[in-house]
Design a protein around this ligand. Structure first.
Ligand code: FAD
Ligand code: FES
Length: 358
């Protein structure tokens, strides 16, 4: 799969004067007259905003305060698809997983992976707005990096200004030219954020992240993602695979802060016990819940491991019901296997909130 050609993250070379473009009707008019800046008009709302050269439409709309449907922000979920009524666009990530062969015929575009080539009119079919936080562009300076497990580190960045986001959401880091990757915050909003990330040897995004030295700054767009805590008292199951522990930890912390009293089960799966990073921290937060339970699961372990063996889906199969609410985050095979179990048990998609890490 090609590396990200663009996502919602900013480019460092963009003019510091331009980010206000589209934020007000006057600003939008001014910016639209600049070379390469084009206006997007959204139907049926009639809202309009200006897209900077190479910027994706979703990011430009969110920056201007115009609601557009979205969830993943990088091309995997398809939530942001809009119909191109008039004008020309350019695809930023033609191989994005959410692009369907029928989209071309129907002129449906992923606004998160499409930029403008002329002024355009788009029609969105999903109505909004959902409750959300606008995406902001920040500069993040790496202030701390710690090894947590084999090839797994935590990265703490200080933001140049605080960012507002929900626990469970993620940011898009610009790790090099045309190299943008998503990483989930492990705690709620503030001016310092921490990611937990695995290094996949020889692969561009995680290698660039792990090569960062303390003191270095990177552009970051924040927040994205729909895996934030829903306000209900259903019994809840959270499933973390590997570094999926970061958003799950953030969600459980949020539940503890809200003093939620309903049953909460956290399934945390990894290949080996050493890869169950942040386990003590997660256990301490789960212990704060009135009815919290943590089940660590590993695929491979020696005889000293007394816990559950297998995958996170092993204990899930025994406890999943359609009445639960689910939050799951981790690598695609784990997410796909979990979704298969949830489908089998009849859980509705409206009760499942997912961050698929790829
Ligand atoms: C919502 C989300 C949250 C994530 N959170 C975390 C986390 O907290 N910790 C963690 O370790 N990893 C996380 N990831 C995974 C992370 O973003 C990287 O995919 C991972 O670090 C591997 O990147 P790589 O370049 O090294 O590997 P590669 O295998 O080379 O990267 C490929 C992956 O990059 C993505 N990609 C490829 N092309 C594009 C494109 N044009 N635009 C956007 N994305 C593209 C795809 O996901 C693909 O699977 C998350 C991923 C997503 C989608
Ligand atoms: S594919 Fe665009 S928001 Fe998910």
């Amino acid at each position: 799969m090609a590396p990200p050609s663009d996502s919602a993250a900013p480019s460092p070379q963009r003019s510091p004067v331009i980010p206000q473009a589209g934020a007000s009707p006057r600003g939008a008019r001014f910016a639209a007259e600049l070379p390469g800046h084009y206006r997007v008009t959204v139907e049926p709302s009639g809202d309009s905003f200006v897209v900077q050269p190479g910027e994706n439409i979703l990011a430009a709309g969110r920056r201007a305060g115009v609601w557009l449907p979205f969830e993943c922000g990088w091309g995997s979920c398809g939530t942001c698809k809009a119909t191109l009524i008039s004008g020309e666009v350019e695809l930023l990530f033609p191989d994005a997983p959410a692009i369907d062969p029928r989209d071309e015929r129907r002129r449906r575009k992923l606004t998160c992976q499409t930029t403008t080539a002329t002024d355009v009119t788009l029609k969105v079919t999903r109505l909004g707005p959902f409750e959300e936080r606008p995406t902001t562009d920040r500069v993040a300076q790496l202030v701390d990096k710690r090894e947590l497990g084999p090839g797994i580190c935590s990265f703490t960045f200080a933001l140049d200004a605080p960012a507002d986001f929900r626990p469970g959401q993620y940011a898009i880091l610009e790790l090099g030219p045309d190299l943008r990757r998503c990483y989930s915050m492990d705690a709620g909003p503030g001016d310092e954020i921490t990611f937990v990330a695995k290094h996949y040897e020889g692969r561009p995004g995680s290698s660039a992240l792990h090569a960062l030295k303390v003191g270095v700054s990177v552009p970051i767009a924040i927040p994205f993602g729909g895996m934030w805590l829903r306000d209900d008292d259903s019994s809840t199951i959270l499933i973390a695979g590997g570094t999926g522990v970061a958003p799950v930890l953030s969600l459980v912390r949020h539940m503890a802060e809200q003093r939620r009293t309903h049953p909460v089960t956290v399934l945390y799966g990894a290949n080996t016990p050493e890869e169950l990073v942040c386990l003590d921290e997660l256990a301490a937060v789960v212990a704060q819940l009135r009815q919290g339970k943590l089940v660590p699961v590993v695929a491979q372990a020696d005889d000293t491991w007394e816990g559950c063996r297998g995958f996170a889906t092993t204990p899930l199969g025994e406890i999943a019901t359609p009445a639960h609410r689910y939050y799951l985050a981790g690598p695609p095979p784990m997410v796909d296997a979990t979704m298969a179990v949830l489908r089998e048990c009849g859980a509705g998609l409206d009760r499942i909130h997912v961050d698929k890490f790829g």
